[in-house]
Design a protein around this ligand. Sequence first.
Ligand SMILES: NC(=O)c1ccc[n+]([C@@H]2O[C@H](COP(=O)([O-])OP(=O)(O)OC[C@H]3O[C@@H](n4cnc5c(N)ncnc54)[C@H](O)[C@@H]3O)[C@@H](O)[C@H]2O)c1
Length: 380
Amino acid sequence: MSSDSRTYRAAIFGLGAISRAHLRGYNAPENATRVQVIAGADISNEARDRFGADTGGASTYADYRELLERERPDVVSICTWPPFHPEMVEAAAAAGVRGILCEKPMAVDLAGCDRMLAAAEGAGAILVVGHQRRLQPKFTRARALMDEGAIGTPELLCGIAAGDLLTDGTHTVDALRFFAGDAPVEWVMGTVDLRPREVRQEHVGRSGFAAQERPFTVRYGHAVESGAIAMLQFAGGPRATLELGICARPGYQRFTLYGTDGAIAVSGDRVVEGEPLLKVRRRGSSGWEVVQDVEESNGFAREVSLLLDSIEHGTPHPLSGRSARMTHEVLMAVFESGRRPARVELPLDVAHSPLEDLLGRQEAGHAAQGRGQTQEVAKA
Ligand SMILES: NC(=O)c1ccc[n+]([C@@H]2O[C@H](COP(=O)([O-])OP(=O)(O)OC[C@H]3O[C@@H](n4cnc5c(N)ncnc54)[C@H](O)[C@@H]3O)[C@@H](O)[C@H]2O)c1
């Protein structure tokens, strides 16, 4: 902490698209008296220059380790691609950072998640992962309606997202877990479509799609599937379904929550005109009721203020790294279910990414197919 006892010194690693939401979160009125963004690190000159301009002159570094050594920040946001998250959390924890706000997905495999948890817990640092929907009003109101019994006993929770399991499904699964009251997941059954993904031109060069690769098998530096379907069983509670990518109905982070006596519909991120953010068909009522006074809010400012509260008072953070690991386990279990293929009981004891195994098997299959064709040609 600085000599001003109200002010924590924050730094950001990775100064791309999502770092700007973090910066706005730190600068939000509820946080600006407690924390100041004093430095950022990025390997790109352009990103560093833009960050310098946006912050009015915070220090910039090409090497995040040098930043840690020289600036000794109290809080760090990690806004780089997932393969970098474990090493950056380890370095921040070793440098004495007290609060680490790491972007989702937590890592690319459970081994990475466990490295991050071991580093943070070993150093007494608080690790938070950016599943910010848990803090957004339409999600918290939906959960409150369920807790009040508005739809009876929850039976089936349906989550939809265009996108891939790691990048987008991590939000979907995390929200499904939130709606299920964070009950443990007993088993997962699912599968993935590994055919390369076609992406709209306007998403290339941003949203983690590298311009040189078309169609896409890699996003944000890790392998991705083009579609996924899964079912989850929560212990003593509802089931959930997951529709992603080319297997998803339209919508992004759109949910319908069915209970024995009613249902709740949570709009996706891109709301069509006239669509309410939240509506409920209550127990005993035959029609939908729009839930009033639900505002859109992105949750980043709240994520930061709760992190500072956790540092000061030891209060648990609702987006804890431990919770994010459970979400990650479900994502890995969907891949593993497709790999076996079988229903996968949790806990999952596969530390590496089963998606990599699936892709390896596919490549081996293609190679074998290629050899077959060569033999056919030779015979002809
Ligand atoms: N919470 C959300 O809703 C949300 C939304 C978008 C993205 N994300 C996540 O945030 C992460 C970043 O996504 P983005 O869209 O901002 O990516 P981006 O490509 O726009 O930015 C990443 C930045 O990291 C920099 N970088 C790469 N290697 C580095 C290194 N070794 N040291 C320092 N900087 C380095 C790159 O130069 C780039 O500027 C991803 O994990 C993504 O899934 C989260």
